[in-house]
Design a protein around this ligand. Structure first.
Ligand code: IPE
Ligand code: IPE
Ligand code: MG
Ligand code: MG
Ligand code: MG
Length: 289
């Protein structure tokens, strides 16, 4: 885990424009938001899926960096006053607090653009066609029918009670879609997997992606700001429907465990090559931030 985190840090540091190059304030803010923080769960998933497809780390790190840049953009925007209005992220002031709102908006735009730039400019797959498929896969995952759509539903749900299927729909989009893309990108970096193998990985990613947000909701309600590195209790404060508000902390925990088991079951057809994916599922369930 630490090896992937360190590799991500240096890969992102190299991919991001230097802080002194104009427009310096924007570049400084992009680096501030992206470097020195975050668990790098999505890059870990890219690398772990890459063990199944036996991909070269040099390719995986590019796909992983692209996903992490998208994730970071989503956090910078998620924290803006017009969205969740948060002041703390990854143990530091949020980007719009450290800089300003317009800069934070542009940081998000620029990180998103950089992600697609590196995913298209650098070699990440066996063929140009596979690479194009990977770019399309990421684009689909984060648009209005993926992550951004999920965020829209999240904001429209304030002060409302959602049914469990509605909540699941929201979580699968706002958080699950990018996590799913991370696994599928890692799977596409090298050896062509069979349709059954791809389906199994996609199913694993779907359950793990949903579990990730269920646990995020649990932690928001249970942990302290110091442990989370972001303000605790925000969901209840903003009156957002979450698995905790709808099922209670115990119901949410039971669900997270069931999702974890479904994720492991989806990996049945793989041998030890999928052990990293199994370990990450465990980490996602038992993490404390
Ligand atoms: C937080 O994601 C936002 C969600 C999608 C739930 P992470 O918990 O992966 O945040 P970092 O990257 O570690 O800060
Ligand atoms: C964030 O969900 C989802 C995305 C950024 C796409 P949350 O709003 O629950 O994330 P935190 O709790 O602020 O990290
Ligand atoms: Mg949010
Ligand atoms: Mg938020
Ligand atoms: Mg949250």
């Amino acid at each position: 885990m630490r090896a992937v985190q360190a590799r991500m840090e240096s890969c992102l540091a190299a991919a991001l424009p230097p802080a002194k190059v104009a427009p310096a304030r924007l570049h400084e803010a992009m680096r501030y938001a992206s470097l020195d923080g975050g668990k790098r769960v999505r890059p870990l998933l890219v690398f772990a899926a890459g063990e199944v497809s036996q991909s070269a780390p040099e390719r995986l790190e590019i796909a992983a960096a692209a996903v992490e840049l998208i994730h970071t953009y989503s956090l910078v925007h998620d924290d803006l006053p017009c969205m969740d209005d948060d002041t703390l992220r990854r143990g530091k002031a949020t980007t719009h607090i450290e800089f300003d709102q317009a800069t934070a908006l542009l940081v998000g735009d620029s990180l998103q653009s950089l992600a697609f730039q590196i995913l298209s400019e650098r070699p990440v797959a066996e063929s140009a066609q596979t690479q194009l498929e990977m770019i399309a896969l990421l684009a689909r995952a984060i648009g209005s029918r993926g992550m951004a759509g999920g965020q829209a539903i999240d904001l429209a749900s304030i002060d409302k009670t959602l049914s469990v299927p509605e909540l699941e729909f929201m979580h699968i989009h706002k958080t699950g879609a990018l996590i799913r893309a991370a696994v599928m990108l890692g799977a596409h970096c090298c050896r062509a997997l069979t349709q059954d193998e791809l389906k199994a990985l996609d199913s694993y990613a779907k359950w793990v992606g949903l579990a990730f947000q269920v646990v995020d909701d649990i932690l928001d309600a249970r942990e302290t700001t110091a442990t989370l590195g972001k303000t605790a209790g925000k969901d209840a404060q903003a009156n957002k429907p979450t698995y905790v508000s709808i099922m209670g902390p115990l119901g949410a925990r039971t669900l997270a465990q069931e999702l974890h088991e479904k994720a492991l079951a989806a990996l049945r057809l793989f041998d030890a090559k999928a052990n990293r994916l199994r370990e990450i599922a465990e980490f996602i369930l038992n993490r404390s931030n």
